[in-house]
Design a protein around this ligand. Structure first.
Ligand SMILES: NC(=O)c1ccc[n+]([C@@H]2O[C@H](COP(=O)([O-])OP(=O)(O)OC[C@H]3O[C@@H](n4cnc5c(N)ncnc54)[C@H](OP(=O)(O)O)[C@@H]3O)[C@@H](O)[C@H]2O)c1
Length: 201
């Protein structure tokens, strides 16, 4: 069965944004979190214009090839400026989870208001045999609580941001992880975990 994964750039103190993220300024004052997308000389095979270090390109493109649908929370959608139909992945449509009134669905975007289980079900249907990639600390935490997240990748950037939106919000219990791979690359360490079986679906 296709998997539900998340792979986000995160500071060592656990933030996926810096201070004051806002529309069109999705990382707030922490643009440093995405520096590794462009600090090498190996072009990404999945994302035009990205030139990464060789070890980062392998990790990044391997993950990108797995993605059939992106699923984000409303804050990621708003802050990333995808209101005009944009998507985070060049070959994958986007599902957005929100309580708020949302735009009409369009060819590349589907809006879900009835919770994480429904959003993941819609995303799975669209993804076929590919994986669903979650974006946003809110949806990642909801999926963990529901036992629906299979894998977590921290693209961990060596910085302490001190404040921002966290990758993981409050959880009611511990979630055990198993390390699948750790790759040290220039400007980032890629930590790939599997969510322990008792918490996965
Ligand atoms: N560093 C990276 O790699 C990276 C990647 C992606 C995004 N980002 C940034 O990270 C930030 C993510 O924001 P965030 O952590 O607040 O999370 P988020 O998951 O993007 O959005 C959370 C919002 O999604 C909606 N939502 C969540 N669970 C829901 C549910 N069960 N039912 C209905 N709606 C639900 C709620 O919006 P409403 O109730 O308001 O509708 C909630 O406030 C953004 O600023 C984005 O730019 C960083």
């Amino acid at each position: 069965m296709a998997k539900v994964i998340t792979a986000l750039s995160v500071s060592v103190d656990g933030y996926i944004t810096g201070r004051n993220p806002a529309a069109g300024r999705g990382l707030g004052d922490a643009g440093i979190l995405f520096d590794w997308y462009s600090d090498g000389d190996t072009p990404s095979t999945a994302f035009a214009g990205f030139t990464l270090s060789k070890p980062s390109a392998r990790v990044f493109d391997t993950l990108a090839e797995r993605v059939g649908v992106s699923l984000c929370g409303r804050n990621t959608y708003d802050d990333s400026g995808w209101g005009s139909g944009g998507t985070p992945h060049p070959n994958a449509p986007l599902v957005v989870l929100s309580h708020r009134p949302a735009p009409q669905d369009n060819e590349r975007q589907t809006f879900v208001a009835t919770g994480i289980e429904d959003a993941i079900a819609v995303a799975r249907q669209q993804a076929g045999d590919k994986d669903v990639a979650l974006m946003g600390g809110g949806v990642v935490t909801e999926a963990l609580k529901a036992g629906l997240l299979d894998e977590i990748v921290l693209h961990q950037v060596p910085v302490l941001l001190g404040e921002g939106r966290p990758f993981f919000q409050n959880l009611p219990e511990h979630v055990r992880l198993q390390l699948l791979e750790a790759v040290a690359a220039p400007g980032v360490t890629h930590l790939h975990y599997e969510v322990a079986r008792s918490h996965a679906r």
